[in-house]
Design a protein around this ligand. Structure first.
Ligand code: ZN
Length: 450
């Protein structure tokens, strides 16, 4: 049996792992690379296998860096099953067509403004995304199911976002665990991840592998920043992944408003994807920690702007307000238009609530860059730029280590899904503190599993 690390090796994005066993071939996750020109070129690299030869694809969760290239796989001939949890299948039903739409809209905008360059065409069409959705076969958490004659699989809850799972594969005599993205035990809306349940080989994520989340309550920081901005009559712009942080923010804002700790400002959820994902929470009560009242309050807190013309009208609401819009790292989507409008005004606040991959606009703004280009226009940042760390959907070093201690050491632990320093730092930490065998495979590397 061998495994090829096609992505999420010295990057956080582009999760794709090819597992080969005899004549069988499986792909675990099929994500997009995100952030900067290097990621864009990775997305256009030829695949090291013919998609038609895969037996099955398994997906740990709906985020685009784990699922966003599925339509590309289908466009290149894949017709087999895509196994994932029911909530992830529904989220992909929202995210994949929108990913196609977003790419096409963005490309159209660039073309109209004479900014398009060859090689930046959309990676796939909305039809490819729709055809992909027909291949989904959802499987509930905890229940083992056959994938092929010699492989069975099981999903266990990983926290992180709705439907997110760790994946355990039994391949012949070997058990392999893919941690997937692991959430925090103290997430405001998600249940804690189920600890590592043991395997011969483990692939563990390391997004925050060398960092600790601050002990401060993120809700308090959020309330303070909203109040400060409201007192200035400003607008809070929050780039957020459509799934996960957008809902955590709505929940915290709904709670704070109900308790009178922040004024009853208009909150615009300016992302059709985020709107649909928010409604999904009420349909999967077992997949998160909100009760039905909290779920309803979360859904009712925002004005939903689905249409582009409604999005363009948001600025006509004078006075203090909050805008939550995708994409989470400001690499595309409607948030770019809001940043272009609101960053030059010192009354406003840009609030960063999630991980920002290097070279993304979000990372540049977070680092304090004053002069940026947005949608082909020079923008000088005068707005306050603030970060709330504790709202991350990823476990920190202590939380990741606690997750590992759920079972005996595997024969080998592959540390993945982290920038170079976080990944190697976390591998060192595991080796030193737990005495586990670790490795940090390179992108494109194939390793034989004995
Ligand atoms: Zn994720």
């Amino acid at each position: 049996m061998k495994i090829t690390f096609m992505g999420a090796a010295d990057t956080v994005t582009g999760s794709r792992f090819l597992l080969e066993h005899g004549d069988h071939r499986l792909l675990v996750d099929c994500g997009l690379f995100q952030g900067g020109p290097e990621a864009a070129s990775f997305n256009r690299e030829a695949l090291p296998f013919s998609p038609g030869t895969l037996d099955a694809v398994l997906v740990t969760h709906g985020h685009i860096d784990h699922s966003g290239f599925l339509p590309g796989l289908v466009a290149n001939g894949y017709r087999g099953p895509i196994y994932t949890t029911p909530a992830t299948a529904e989220l992909c039903g929202i995210l994949l067509p929108d990913s196609a739409r977003l790419q096409n809209e963005h490309f159209g905008y660039l073309e109209r403004h004479g900014l398009s360059t060859p090689g930046h065409e959309p990676l796939y069409s909305e039809e490819d995304a729709e055809r992909t959705l027909e291949l989904f076969e959802s499987r509930p958490m905890h229940r083992s199911f056959p994938v092929s004659s010699s492989v069975s699989a099981q999903f266990l809850p990983a926290g992180h976002i709705l439907g997110a799972a760790s994946l355990y594969l039994q391949v012949g005599d070997h058990r392999i665990c893919f941690s997937g993205d692991l959430g925090r035990p103290v997430d405001p809306i998600m249940q804690p991840p189920e600890p590592f349940a043991g395997a011969d080989y483990l692939l563990v994520e390391s997004t925050y592998g060398t960092r600790q989340h601050p002990p401060t309550d993120p809700a308090l920081t959020l309330e303070q920043l909203v109040n400060e901005t409201a007192n200035r009559g400003g607008t809070v712009v929050i780039p957020a992944f459509a799934v996960g942080r957008a809902q955590s923010l709505l929940h915290l804002l709904a709670k704070a408003t109900a308790a009178g700790r922040i004024p009853d400002l208009p909150v615009f959820l300016d992302s059709p994807m985020a709107i649909n994902a928010t409604k999904l929470f009420c349909r999967y009560p077992e997949a998160h920690r909100l009760n039905s009242d909290e779920c309803e309050q979360m859904c009712d807190r925002a004005h939903y702007t689905r249409k582009v013309q409604d999005s363009k009208q948001i600025f006509t609401h004078s006075g203090a307000k909050i805008i939550i819009a995708a994409s989470g790292m400001a690499t595309g989507g409607r948030v770019l238009h809001h940043l272009k409008r609101y960053l030059p005004d010192p009354r406003n606040t840009l609030l960063i609530v999630g991980y920002q991959a290097p070279n993304t606009l979000g990372a540049k703004l977070q680092a304090g860059t004053r002069d940026v280009q947005i949608l082909g226009q020079d923008v000088t940042v005068e707005a306050q730029v603030a970060t709330i760390e504790g709202l991350s959907a990823h476990a920190d070093q202590t939380e990741l280590t606690a997750w590992l201690l759920g079972a005996d050491p595997p024969r080998q632990t592959f540390v993945i899904h982290g920038e170079a320093e976080a990944r190697r730092g976390f591998a060192d930490h595991i080796t030193r503190s737990l005495n586990w065998n670790t490795a940090c495979p390179e992108k494109g590397q194939t390793i034989e599993l004995e």
